[in-house]
Design a binder for this molecule. Structure first.
Ligand SMILES: [Zn+2]
Length: 370
């Protein structure tokens, strides 16, 4: 290795002499480094035989050692050591701290030299990098430094405890800065929370479907179900019975009906999300839960109880023929969550039995109604 010192003849000779004697303090002085920083270097590098100045400089900046050191970075970037591992720095020496005024003065002189050499743009890039926030973390001889635009790993002094240094900055984010939740990244733009209970078009979440079955809240769903349950009377259903819900949604009503009796549950649901939720809730598969329009459903079975909403009947003009001939049930329950069952049934010409609270009623015979 060839080392060369360039300078006035007498100073170059002094430097060669100091080099021969390994006199680091004199060499630092001859290179024009601040006295405080030369002392720091001699202690840190020569006596303590340490490698990575980030932690020591950070501790000296805040005036104490701790496992997590937070610094406010100077916006001039002249004293920062965080980027030294990539060769990015404002001064040649190791600054003793981020508050070192002597280092700041050296940095100012080098910066004005850059500007005189028409490197003002590069000087500004340098300032922006060194003033940018960073996060440094070291453990067991490995350090990671993260900045808004890159991160790097380097070897450091092996310490048994993890140390973190956070360089906090009021600088605007660098061009091309990453986004993220960590402090050194541009904050992630969080979309505004959707207005509860009022999903917009195409925004109906899975949870909305599966927990609330299309009701604004789960509580409203249970309240509506309770009115249907009052008519169905689950206690009257036997364990060997079967219950069919045409348009069963997430299966919550059906589950409530068969819960006590253990009767067999059958459902038809066109909405894929709700059908999947019903399958899971009822622990049924195959024919017991059909994913289709209720008007495509056919079964050879005679159900003990079958349920259908009056709204479904309004969709299908020939519902009588379908329900009377294609689906056999000993007992039909017709319900209306909007609470206008009597009125709506009358419009459809359906004769009801056992109306409770205008929400649910029994239809004894579709054939008779036909
Ligand atoms: Zn200093």
């Amino acid at each position: 290795m060839l080392s060369v010192a360039v300078g006035r003849y007498d100073l170059a000779a002094q430097f060669a002499d100091a080099w021969e004697r390994a006199d680091d303090a004199s060499m630092g002085q001859l290179l024009g480094y601040p006295e405080c920083c030369v002392r720091f270097f001699c202690q840190f590098w020569i006596i303590d035989k340490l490698l990575d100045p980030t932690l020591s400089a950070a501790a000296r900046t805040v005036g104490k050692w701790s496992q997590r050191i937070e610094l406010a970075l100077p916006s001039d970037g002249l004293t920062s050591v965080a980027w030294r591992w990539l060769g990015v720095r404002s001064v040649f020496h190791l600054p003793c701290s981020l508050n070192c005024e002597a280092t700041r003065e050296v940095g100012r002189q080098l910066r004005s030299l850059m500007i005189r050499l028409e490197r003002g743009t590069e000087a500004e890039w340098l300032r922006q990098l060194l003033a940018a926030p960073f996060e440094y973390s070291s453990l067991h001889g490995i350090a990671i430094t993260r900045t808004p635009i890159c991160k790097w790993t380097h070897s450091t002094d092996a310490l048994g405890t993890r140390f973190d240094v956070l360089g906090l900055s009021s600088e605007p984010w660098l061009d091309g800065s990453a986004s993220g939740r960590g402090h050194m990244y541009r904050p992630v733009a969080v979309p505004a929370a959707p207005t509860p209970n009022l999903p917009g078009p195409g925004q109906i979440a899975h949870e909305y479907n599966s927990d609330q079955n299309g009701f604004p809240t789960a509580w409203l769903m249970r309240r509506a179900h309770a009115r249907v349950l009052a008519v169905v009377d689950p206690r009257a259903i036997e364990s060997n019975d079967s219950v069919l819900d045409l348009g069963c949604g997430n299966g919550a009503l059906l589950a409530a009906i068969v819960r006590e009796s253990g009767a067999q549950a059958f459902g038809v649901e066109q909405n894929l999300t709700r059908a999947a939720a019903a399958k899971e809730r009822l622990q049924v598969n195959g024919d017991a839960l059909q994913t289709s329009s209720i008007w495509e459903y056919r079964s050879a079975r005679t159900f003990g109880t079958a349920l259908i909403s009056v709204a479904r009947l309004e969709e299908y003009r020939t519902f009588r023929a379908y329900l009377g001939r294609c689906i056999l049930a000993r007992r039909w329950v017709i319900y209306d969550y909007s609470g206008k069952l009597v009125e709506r049934a009358e419009v459809l010409g359906i004769r009801l039995d056992g109306v409770v609270d205008n929400h649910a009623g029994l239809v004894v015979d579709w054939g008779h109604n036909a």
